[in-house]
Design a protein around this ligand. Structure first.
Ligand SMILES: Cc1ncc(COP(=O)(O)O)c(CN[C@@H]2CONC2=O)c1O
Length: 502
């Protein structure tokens, strides 16, 4: 018997060694291989390796004992506190027994009455957070989103035109997938751009049609850039169907003027192009007087009936603002001027994924319907929001001042968002050294910054930039109490880097 068993093992091990994998780098979907997403690319991977080494061996061979992830707009990873009211409601909806009469006294001692009432209201509408919901999102929450949009813009919004999503990312991907009918479709994207867009175009085999933002003019968007980029693409025979606008910008932080937005809407109308308005940073506005946020929905509806048929998708998320609940994966998009049959197809695709996660949907509801003046939780809520907002504003200014103080570095202020995108001018020797290392100069600079300081940023190459210019993107999210030390690390690094390669 052992002989037979042994021979079977041999045969199996023989067949094991000759077994050829179905899935290899060569055989998988080539569009996936073309995808690049620098925000969590080489630098972020290297940062994780360093973190593990620090955890294993301490800061022995490094001149630092912590890695600072400035590569991603992930506030709560950098210790930004969650908003108390949001977590109180989330907690109560996750464990409804807390709301039973026998627990009333203990729960009243821990939770404010408005948080208890909100949790009860949500559970009355939802049933259980563990149940699948409507594929477009819970109707009750979509009504709250529509009401938020109406109050923000002063124009009607229909809950049936709203899709709740797993963060804005999946909304963007679903809409782009709908638009990209074949590989001849062109989608206009800003350069620099948040690489969700370029990555998604690679995934769905569409053609990026880049338009360059004007760094000298605070990353402004010149309509002439849109026009020339579009005509070049159409002359090549591309079927250019959509224009992506990120406002406030990522990585560039600019906030568009209303006049510029009207020009963009008119451009889309004239050129028969769908407008995708990524507005996830709509509350990250640091110059509210000079550069207030206007939604594209509001500006579009204020331009009169001539533009009524323009097709607009507007995206929002719980990951940004002063909320930073990135991990909950909550977001929505509103469809404006979209054909009913097309909406039905969007619904069908949403139903394939069954539904967005319900805790994320609850977070969307809390975002669009936060405690208001007179509510029991309002004072604490307002205090927390203001504290985070003012700190973000202070840090953005402090980091921008630091970057502008560095030799060969210029940096536009952040009018919005969570990032700064300084331009670096590197010595020839550094460019040569980068070449020898097989890296882009900004990648080379960022890798050295990570290895020397533990600060992880993203090279400008990951977002796109004018040829011959080099940038990197950093968040201004490190905790304020550590910010001076963080800035000092960067200043010393830059000085030593220039000395090393001068
Ligand atoms: C402009 C923009 N749109 C959409 C998203 C997707 O957000 P959610 O899917 O979480 O809703 C992000 C995330 N910002 C990325 C993630 O962190 N840093 C970034 O640049 C973003 O910056």
């Amino acid at each position: 018997l052992s002989g037979i068993f042994a021979s079977n093992l041999t045969r199996n091990s023989m067949s094991e060694s000759t077994y050829s994998k179905i899935l290899t780098f060569e055989t998988i979907n080539p569009h996936i291989k073309n995808v690049e997403y620098a925000v969590r690319g080489e630098l972020a991977i290297r940062a994780e390796e360093i973190k593990e080494e620090l955890a294993r061996n301490g800061s022995g061979r490094f001149g630092f004992d912590t890695v600072v992830n400035c590569n991603i707009g992930n506030p709560q990873q950098l210790l930004q506190p969650p908003i108390t009211f949001f977590r109180q409601v989330a907690c109560l909806t996750e464990y409804p027994d807390l709301l039973l009469p026998e627990n009333r006294d203990r729960v009243n001692a821990l939770f404010p009455s408005d948080a208890i009432e909100r949790a009860q209201l949500l559970l009355k509408q939802i049933g259980s957070v563990g149940a699948y919901s409507h594929s477009q999102g819970i109707p009750f929450i979509r009504k709250d989103v529509a009401k938020f949009i109406e109050e923000r813009d002063g124009f009607p919004s229909d809950p049936n035109n709203i899709f709740l999503t797993q963060g804005a990312s999946t909304g963007v991907q679903n809409v782009l997938q709908l638009i990209i009918a074949d590989s001849n479709v062109g989608i206009m994207i800003p350069i620099p751009q948040y690489p969700l867009y370029s990555a998604t175009l690679s995934l769905f085999d569409a053609q990026p049609v880049p338009y360059y933002l004007n760094e000298e003019e605070n990353w402004s968007l010149d309509i002439s850039q849109l026009t020339s980029s579009l005509s070049k693409a159409r002359d090549k025979g591309l079927d250019v169907r959509a224009l992506v606008i990120i406002n406030p910008g990522n990585p560039t932080g600019q906030c568009l003027t209303e006049q510029n937005m009207r020009e963009i809407i008119d451009f889309c109308h004239q050129q028969h192009i769908v407008l995708l308005a990524d507005e996830v940073y709509q509350t990250n506005i640091y110059q509210p007087t000079e550069r207030p946020f206007h939604s594209f929905k509001k500006v579009l509806r204020s331009m009169g009936s001539k533009y009524d048929q323009l097709e607009l998708f507007s995206f929002h998320s719980v990951s940004k603002g002063m909320i930073g609940e990135c991990g909950r994966r909550g977001g929505y998009y509103e469809c404006t001027g979209i054909d009913k049959q097309v909406m039905d197809q969007l619904y069908k695709v949403a139903s394939v994924g069954l539904c967005p996660n319900v805790p994320g949907q609850i977070m969307v509801d809390l975002m669009v319907r936060s405690p208001k003046r007179g509510d029991k939780s309002y004072p604490l809520f307002q205090k927390e929001i203001s504290s985070i907002y003012e700190s973000l504003r202070r840090r953005s200014i402090k980091l921008s001042e630091l970057f502008n103080s560095l030799e060969g570095v210029t940096c536009k202020d952040a009018q919005g968002s969570m990032y700064l995108f300084p331009r670096i001018r590197l010595p020839v020797n550094a460019i040569e050294a980068a070449k020898a290392a097989g890296k882009q100069p900004d990648e080379f600079y960022c890798l050295e910054m990570l290895n020397v300081t533990g600060v992880c940023v993203v090279p400008g190459s990951g977002f796109g930039q004018e040829d011959g210019t080099w940038h990197f993107r950093s968040t201004f999210l490190p905790p304020e109490e550590l910010f001076d030390g963080f800035c000092e690390r960067l200043k010393n690094f830059h000085r030593e880097f220039l000395a090393k390669y001068n």
